[in-house]
Design a protein around this ligand. Structure first.
Ligand code: GAR
Length: 187
């Protein structure tokens, strides 16, 4: 079974959806580690509850991205991690991890890319008055949400409130991410 590390900075509902999918036997993979750059993030509690090891680090304690990524690379390689799955990890991945995990770093983003990359994609979508909102799963490259697209799902915004749009996005994410990972791992 493919070994994954999930990187998350916040709530971790996508991490939860991935873990639940594994427990149901739908996603055939092993969750080796949760990595967070925010030690107080709720994802750490979720991991604890599920018995998944987690590792928190503070980027500010390192002199450069290169240095903390070298540290992460060693940790992940020592655990035999093959895939990095970003789930609300709010940092760009640098050359050290991109090279060590070439074509094996995946991200989920709450817009129909290439529209609205970067932070607060849902806010950007609504502020622009876009007709469609949605979710993209893509390979990670050095850019901000620019890697090759693997799967997308969209819906008409209509007259929905931000709250309603967010809810729909999360519902889509929680089924699309585990399903897409399973397809990817089976290739
Ligand atoms: C998700 O909506 C994910 O698509 C988004 O952060 C949220 C994390 O939620 N990611 C990005 O915006 C990446 N640029 P979660 O912590 O509950 O999984």
């Amino acid at each position: 079974k493919p070994k994954m590390a999930v990187f998350a900075s916040g709530n971790g509902s996508n991490f939860q959806a991935i873990a639940d999918s594994i427990q149901r036997g739908e996603l055939q993979a092993e969750l080796a580690l949760v990595v967070t750059d925010r030690p107080a993030a709720f994802v750490v509690e979720r991991a604890e509850k599920l018995g998944v090891p987690s590792f928190a680090f503070l980027p500010s304690e390192y002199d450069s991205k290169q240095l903390y990524e070298e540290m992460l690379k060693e940790k992940l390689q020592s655990l035999g991690v093959e895939w990095i799955v970003l789930a609300g990890y709010m940092r760009l991945i640098g050359p050290v991890l991109l090279q060590a995990f070439e074509n094996r770093i995946i991200n989920i983003h709450p817009s129909v890319l290439p529209a609205f990359p970067g932070k607060d994609a849902i806010g950007q979508t609504l502020a622009a008055g876009a007709e469609f909102a949605g979710v993209t799963v893509h390979y990670v490259d050095a850019g901000m949400d620019t890697g090759k697209i693997i799967a997308q799902q969209s819906f008409a915004v209509g007259g929905r409130t931000r709250e309603a749009v967010e809810k729909e996005i999360h519902e889509i994410e929680h089924q699309l991410y585990p399903a897409t990972l399973q397809q990817l791992f089976n290739q």
